[in-house]
Design a protein around this ligand. Structure first.
Ligand SMILES: Cc1cc2nc3c(=O)[nH]c(=O)nc-3n(C[C@H](O)[C@H](O)[C@H](O)COP(=O)(O)O)c2cc1C
Length: 293
């Protein structure tokens, strides 16, 4: 459902006519009228709150700002680049979790970080499913493994692989075929009680959004990434899970079981748990693949 926003209200007496709110509005809502800002196309407001946030004299009132007053902002960015870079480098996939549930309040703080992610047209269309019951996680694991059991049975056979080719493409079938030894190894470990899929995580998080919206994939990915950064600061580890994401989108049963609407697609999933291991070293990455023009 399309969200509607109350347009900004300009307090004309306070407005100094600097025009900054007009300049930052991405949706042409404000214009200068008689040297004062005015919300002339209020119906186009996407609720980003930039207009109110930029006003130096609090002359532009916007619901996005009134709702959540944050801490006072200094003149420059609050986070120095080296601190941010360290956070980005410290965040690693965590696959060894303490056998301990994550409190709901902690999960809520993690979800809160997702809310501040950017979304195309400020749609804020990211939906979450959070599983924290061991029984439900076990059920999800079973369904996901059953999905891959079927897929790999197809990959192993010539006819199955041919039909799979039509749906997922040749390169994917090749990739799956190359994965067979690893999958067989994982299967053995799973039979011995190892959880090679969710790593015995006490919580699983899934993000989904409307399939028609071309921004949904990015919106969900960034929101989930925000959450992953927050987990790190809280001593919680997480690991994105592409296997689960794919199983949700290609195995109707799982999607339905999770309560994800038919017209939505899953654009990310991760396991979470209190971190059992601490990485002692940072790692390097490949140089950026850049084309300077
Ligand atoms: C889209 C995506 C899907 C991933 N899927 C899985 C997964 O199914 N299982 C897993 O153990 N790790 C998964 N990962 C984690 C990657 O293996 C990991 O990010 C990568 O090896 C780099 O390590 P780092 O996250 O610790 O920096 C996934 C990561 C991304 C971004």
């Amino acid at each position: 459902m399309k969200r509607t926003y109350t347009p900004p209200e300009v307090i004309t007496e306070r407005c100094t006519g600097c025009g900054m709110c007009v300049e930052v509005c991405p949706s042409f809502v404000l214009d200068m009228v008689n040297e004062k800002a005015s919300a002339v196309r209020g119906e186009w407001c996407i609720g980003c709150g930039h207009c109110g946030a930029v006003c130096p004299v609090e002359a532009v009132l916007h619901e996005a700002i009134a709702v959540e007053k944050g801490p006072e902002l200094g003149p420059g960015p609050a986070t120095p680049p080296e601190v941010l870079l360290l956070l980005l480098r410290e965040r690693r996939s965590v696959r060894v979790y303490r056998d301990e549930p994550i409190e709901k309040e902690v999960l809520e703080r993690i979800l809160d970080a997702g809310r501040y992610a950017p979304t195309g047209r400020n749609s804020q269309n990211v939906h979450y499913v959070v599983l924290k019951s061991p029984e439900e996680i076990a059920q999800l694991r079973e369904m996901t493994l059953a999905f891959y059991e079927k897929i790999f049975a197809q990959v192993r056979g010539r006819v199955g692989a041919f039909f799979l080719n039509l749906f997922v493409g040749r390169r994917m079938v090749e990739y799956l075929r190359e994965s067979i030894p690893k999958v067989d190894h994982a299967k053995e470990l799973i039979e011995q009680g190892e959880d090679c899929l969710f790593y015995h995580a006490p919580a699983v998080m899934v993000v989904h959004a409307e399939s028609w919206d071309s921004c949904s994939a990015f919106n969900c990915a960034v929101a989930l990434y925000n959450c992953s950064l927050m987990t790190h600061t809280l001593g919680v580890g997480c690991c994105f899970n592409g296997y689960l994401e794919s199983a949700i989108n290609n195995g109707r049963r799982i999607k339905k079981w999770l309560g994800i609407p038919r017209d939505h697609r899953c654009f990310g999933a991760m396991t979470l748990g209190y971190q059992e291991v601490k990485y002692q070293q940072l790692v390097g990455r490949d140089p950026a693949k850049v084309m300077w023009r």
